[in-house]
Design a binder for this molecule. Structure first.
Ligand SMILES: Nc1ncnc2c1ncn2[C@@H]1O[C@H](COP(=O)(O)OP(=O)(O)OP(=O)(O)O)[C@@H](O)[C@H]1O
Length: 279
């Protein structure tokens, strides 16, 4: 698999702390895939994202973008942050202007685009994200889910090659989560590589093509969802849960499961059950 972003033996310690947040991290993000990064609290997921866009710099080791070491010169970082879009877990950290329209326009203006083009692209993005009716509403009047959509729109409008999302479904209700996943799938179909840090193993299992597991600042497991969850005990020893659907599947009689690839979605589950009841 071709890597778009890679951490090569990265060590990093936050100033004033005595433990390493990244301890020789070796981790690759495969190009064009939907990757989930899982790991317990404090395992280093957010720190990896901040390394990716050059907010932090490795003490030892290097970050590579398209197989080239990151440059930390201001103009190179500006360009990198247009190519890699990071959506923070907390939208309050990301939204800086007073309305969705202004906030989404901000990155385009920063990139030096003409005002007419900025207005056009911003309107188009508001429509694509179902946010037109909120365009001029004060951001502090929006719900958390709406703020998350605005933050995502502000990143997507820059047309990044790689979209990184830190816990995008945290605090969203089921419907908003479903809508977000559908949006991400549409974005992915347009050729964008997506990486999501999540604690939600059900989501990682059903959504991702590739899963990376972090523990104490290292990548300790990787594989497709099917490959990864064959190592149940290892997953649980890393304080991660098994996906409910997989647990349900494993509770079924062996005669139903024999030679069948476990389902990753409810729809697949229902289909397999219907087929097995006919057979
Ligand atoms: N600003 C900071 N200052 C000092 N230490 C930090 C800072 N941010 C993170 N750390 C430490 O770095 C380590 C990795 O944290 P990080 O936020 O990357 O983990 P995470 O996997 O994203 O966690 P979570 O799932 O809780 O979001 C932890 O030990 C954490 O305490």
């Amino acid at each position: 698999m071709k890597s778009i972003l890679e951490a090569r033996d990265v060590h990093y310690r936050y100033p004033g702390t005595d433990t390493e947040a990244l301890q020789g991290l070796k981790m690759s993000i495969p190009k064009h895939k939907k990757t989930a990064i899982c790991g317990h609290n404090g395992s280093g997921k957010s720190t990896f994202f901040l390394q990716a866009i050059g907010i932090h710099r490795p003490v030892v080791g290097e970050m590579r973008w398209h197989d080239t070491p990151l440059s930390y010169r201001p103009e190179a970082l500006k360009k990198l942050r247009q190519q890699i879009g990071l959506v923070f877990q907390d939208p309050e950290q990301q939204l800086i202007l007073s309305t969705p329209f202004e906030d989404i326009s901000y990155g385009l203006r920063n990139a030096g685009m003409a005002e007419q083009e900025i207005a056009l692209r911003t309107r188009r993005m508001l429509t694509a994200m179902g946010l037109e009716h909120l365009a001029d509403k004060p951001i502090h009047h929006l719900s958390l889910g709406q703020k998350k959509r605005v933050a995502l729109a502000g990143v997507l409008v820059l047309e990044p090659e790689l979209l990184m999302l830190d816990e995008p479904t945290a605090y969203l209700d089921r419907l908003s989560e479903q809508q977000l996943v559908e949006e991400l799938d549409r974005i992915h179909e347009n050729g964008i590589t997506i990486v999501m840090a999540t604690h939600d193993m059900n989501l990682a299992y059903s959504w991702a093509d590739w899963i990376l597991v972090m523990d104490h600042g290292q990548c300790v497991m990787q594989g497709t969802p099917h490959e990864l969850f064959q190592h149940e005990e290892r997953i649980q020893s890393l304080s991660l849960e098994l996906p409910l659907l997989l647990e349900l599947w494993q509770a079924l009689p062996e005669s139903i499961r024999k030679d069948v690839t476990p389902p990753r979605t409810i729809e697949e589950f229902k289909l397999l059950m219907a087929v097995s009841s006919q057979g």
